[in-house]
Design a protein around this ligand. Sequence first.
Ligand SMILES: Nc1ncnc2c1ncn2[C@@H]1O[C@H](COP(=O)(O)OP(=O)(O)OP(=O)(O)O)[C@@H](O)[C@H]1O
Length: 310
Amino acid sequence: MLTVNHISFHYPKSKIVLNDFNFSLNQGEHLCVMGESGCGKSTLLKAIYGLLDLNKGSIHWNDEQILGPEFNLVPGFDTFKYVAQDFDLMPYISVSENIKKYLSRFYPKESEQRTQELLEVIEMKAFENTKVKNLSGGQKQRVAIARALAKEPVLLLLDEPFSQIDNFKKNTLRRNLFQYLKEKNIACIVATHDKNDALSFADYLLVIKDNKILINENPEDAYANPKEKYVTSLFDDVNEVIINNKKQLLYPHQIKIIEKSNLQAQVTNAYYKGGFWLIEVSFNNQLLFVNHANALSKGAKVNLGIKKVT
Ligand SMILES: Nc1ncnc2c1ncn2[C@@H]1O[C@H](COP(=O)(O)OP(=O)(O)OP(=O)(O)O)[C@@H](O)[C@H]1O
């Protein structure tokens, strides 16, 4: 179990980044870390891996304390793996050699088998003999993930793991990877801007705001009962509507354009989204976003139906 015990951290001569972070994560559980750019997601991952000297608090994996560079010649906790945003691969050797580098030379058969298994997970079998320098950014990112898994870690730390991968590959890779981690009971912490990493794959969602943990809860609860607009805006466009003098946070799919109602609005814009249109309307001098099956022209008068009023 990972225990992050009231840690605080600031970079030298800078203001605080992590202020009294306190949480734990069991073996095999997946945590997603979200929050606006610069809020401290990467810093948290680095602190957990042991790349930073904390100002306060402590981090443990079971009974073992994770110590920073001040206490370690080679920083980084042995049984964790951290995939940073810059990958750190060896460019002049092949994809499979990059993976094998972390496996034992004394067991060539097992090492080959494991490399093949990981090439399947990242769907890079066709590139096994390609030199890493000849790969695209997204392909390198996939190799970095496979390499981190070569020697099965107890905890995998991923910083924006799919940022350079196209949507088509991203969805399959995400499914393969998170299923693989669950099968092997490997805990995982993902820093991301992508709501899909949290909604479909995480056991917990930790949101950072103003250098503190704003929430650490089940992603379904975070989505359905958002604590504040900051949380909803990580998932979707969000409407803040005043109804009966009460502020409501509503996603665009929770407001409908219907035939009759006493809530009148006027269309100000329409954006094509593939399966639906995102319609921007002006309602009581507020701009709202509403999902709708068809395009609507600017200036059209519409009636709104609000699905969720708590
Ligand atoms: N080496 C450093 N020295 C000083 N300040 C730093 C250093 N690295 C990051 N920071 C600062 O710490 C804060 C948190 O940065 P961090 O990279 O953890 O944010 P993040 O949430 O991962 O951002 P992003 O989503 O943009 O990757 C930022 O204000 C950043 O400028």
